[in-house]
Design a protein around this ligand. Structure first.
Ligand code: GCU
Length: 421
């Protein structure tokens, strides 16, 4: 406990030092801003048909996000090679089939990520799937003793390697992963440890998948090339390549989700890969669902200073210059149209700017309307624990702090049930 408090203090201090200023948590101090119009081309032409959106404006916005914020990822390997490492049809007290699948990034057996998957045994056919990254290893999501322990890779402590054997115990993060509830509701669940794709610390892009794709002589990504979030999103797409081949999964009903930094990655994955039928952002905040121009809580300067490896190098040009960004995050939400998207906030998670997350949904809505769909059906922020599920953009702000808990999951399942069942 003491250690956790100390870490929190150190983090808070580093935010203030990095930023030179305290975060703004007052609505009255949110600056005036004008959001870029999702339905206006960069040359000023207005976009008033689905076709114009799909053929012209969507690619334009995607390219702006790619160049200025997340960075471009290389093409995924064709016919990505996979290997079933284990399969048990009697997992979780016979409720589910557990599989572990290795996905190899290259021809060698050295570089791979492991997908851990649970599929309900009670099923009529292929099942819809929730899929997201985990922070603490596959073995942290539940207490199933047969899960293969992920190799945890973190910033090395003095004189030590980055590999931290047994850093997290079995089931360490189980409060965030209601596996049995999802299985009971007929959903599959799949996860990958994000450190399998790119460990989450700034090492100059040497230890993740980046070096496997550098051009000859290249030692780090170009200013418009993939930061860690884009790398995770790329990994999520690689997994989707596998899901399309697995008969147990209905690949037309895969919801990609993520909490916090993984929520940012899930949103970017949903933007670049339209095979994801639903995209769920939980407390993703700055660089995720929250509008950057509000500068409420975390800002581009703080995030780029504390996590210099998350975005592409170009994004750093917008430190303190949010108004100069060619896009804002409502346009990221709009890139999901006409698919389903769910934005979840927590009222005490002010660092992630719950209102800014909500407003992204509001301002993405005109794009859904172009498709004849309702995006977010309300313009005023709903009360705490009053979810809004009737449009194609779902939203709730729950009581409590930055986390993903059973309440959040119950809402995702209700929202998915409406469309996936
Ligand atoms: C930090 C960071 C956030 C991020 C969060 C998380 O708080 O500033 O941007 O979302 O970590 O991933 O838990």
């Amino acid at each position: 406990m003491k250690k956790t408090l100390l870490i929190i203090y150190i983090l808070l201090f580093s935010f203030f030092f990095a930023n030179g200023q305290e975060p703004n948590y007052e609505e009255s101090k949110v600056p005036q801003y004008v959001l870029p119009d999702p339905l206006k081309m960069e040359n000023g032409e207005s976009v008033d048909s689905k076709t114009q959106w799909v053929e012209n404006r969507r690619p334009e916005i995607l390219h702006l996000f790619e160049t200025h914020i997340y960075g471009k990822a290389p093409e995924r390997p064709m016919d990505i090679r996979c290997e079933i490492l284990s399969e048990n049809k009697y997992a979780l007290g016979n409720m589910a089939t557990r599989k572990e699948i290795a996905l190899y990034f290259t021809d060698s057996n050295e570089h791979y990520m492991t997908i851990l998957m649970y599929i309900p045994n009670k099923r009529a056919g292929a099942v819809p799937l929730f899929f997201g990254l985990n922070f603490k290893g596959n073995h942290s999501i539940c207490e199933d003793p047969d899960i293969t322990e992920s190799v945890i890779r973190m910033e090395p402590r003095k004189g030590e390697s980055e590999i931290r054997p047994h850093a997290f115990k079995l089931g360490d993060a189980s409060s965030r992963w209601p596996v049995e509830m999802l299985i009971a509701n007929g959903y599959g669940l799949a996860t990958v440890y994000s450190g399998d794709i790119d460990p989450d610390y700034d090492d100059g892009f040497q230890n993740g998948v980046h070096p496997l794709f550098y051009k000859s002589g290249q030692t780090r990504p170009e200013p418009n090339e993939w930061g860690t979030l884009a790398t995770w999103a790329w990994g999520l797409s690689c997994a989707m390549d596998y899901f399309e081949t697995d008969e147990d999964i209905d690949a037309t009903k895969v919801a990609v989700f993520g909490h916090s930094r993984h929520g940012k990655a899930a949103l970017w994955a949903g933007a670049i890969d339209q095979r994801f039928a639903m995209v769920i952002s939980n407390d993703s905040g700055c660089g995720g669902a929250a509008l950057s121009r509000r500068k409420y809580g975390e800002t581009s300067r703080t995030i780029n200073t504390t996590f210099p490896h998350w975005f592409c190098e170009n994004f750093k040009q917008y430190n303190d210059k949010e108004n100069e960004l060619p896009v804002d995050q409502h346009q990221l939400i709009a890139l999901m149209a006409p698919r389903l998207v769910y934005i979840a906030s927590a009222v005490e998670d002010r660092w992630a700017d719950p209102k800014g997350e909500f407003l992204s949904g509001v301002h993405a809505t005109p794009v859904y309307e172009l498709f004849g769909l309702t995006g977010l059906p309300v313009r005023d922020m709903p009360a705490v624990n009053q979810p809004v599920h009737t449009g194609y953009i779902g939203y709730h702000v729950r009581a409590g702090y930055h986390d993903i808990n059973l309440y959040d999951w119950q809402q995702f399942v209700k929202f998915a049930n409406k469309h996936f069942k």
